[in-house]
Design a protein. Structure first.
Length: 191
């Protein structure tokens, strides 16, 4: 569990090989990360993750591979690649997220219905506003998953610090965004 004390231990050979395989598949190296946090600061989905991108990398550095693979972060990640673009050390975090997701699937794991509800709320926000509206996504997600007061203690402090806004912001060219969604829907129906 995230809040339990972390017991560190040296990686055994099997764990070293497992991490090396994940790194090879992702084409990147977690040891390059110096934990600056720029990836988490730019991640549009970090607010809904149990471990934001920086912490996912830290888990891997600390040899806590199962914790990373069992996190909801890998399913919530939208593969937008903002984190990889921002990383001053060239860590391809988006690719690592993708690799962890594929590894989880290989192990027979998949995101639960809360993650599916989050993804639906996330896509709906992007479709209609052209960007993420964190407060709206959280409210919709919590309503659908029958946990209306979840994050209530976090919302106000985050708004006070300007981390999330009360009102949604819209981009120009939202029609184009809707057309993209319609095109994707058409392609789905064709296949
Ligand atoms: S931006 Fe790069 S160096 Fe900074 S915490 Fe994220 S992965 Fe590590
Ligand atoms: S690729 Fe995933 S982890 Fe990286 S910024 Fe985008 S949503 Fe966040």
């Amino acid at each position: 569990m995230k809040n339990d004390a972390v017991k560190l231990k040296a990686a055994n050979q099997e764990e070293k090989e497992f991490l090396a395989r994940l790194e090879q598949e992702a084409g990147t190296q977690v040891s390059l990360c110096y934990q600056c946090g720029k990836c988490s600061a730019g991640c549009p989905a970090a607010f809904a993750m149990d471990y934001p991108p920086r912490e996912i990398i830290r888990l891997l550095q600390l040899n806590m591979l199962d914790e990373a693979i069992n996190s909801n972060s890998i399913w919530v990640c939208a593969t937008c690649e903002t984190c990889s673009e921002r990383c001053p050390r060239g860590v391809d975090i988006a690719s690592l997220m993708d690799t962890l997701r594929r590894e989880a699937l290989r192990q027979g794991k998949k995101g639960d219905n809360k993650v599916a509800a989050f993804n639906a709320a996330f896509l709906s926000s992007v479709k209609y506003l052209g960007r993420t509206y964190e407060a709206g996504i959280l409210l919709q997600h919590n309503a659908v998953t029958m946990q209306p007061f979840k994050d209530a203690n976090l919302g106000l402090p985050m708004m006070k610090r300007g981390k999330i806004s009360i009102l949604p912001a819209r981009i120009k060219g939202r029609d184009q965004m809707k057309k993209i969604f319609e095109r994707v829907q058409e392609q789905r129906e064709e296949n």
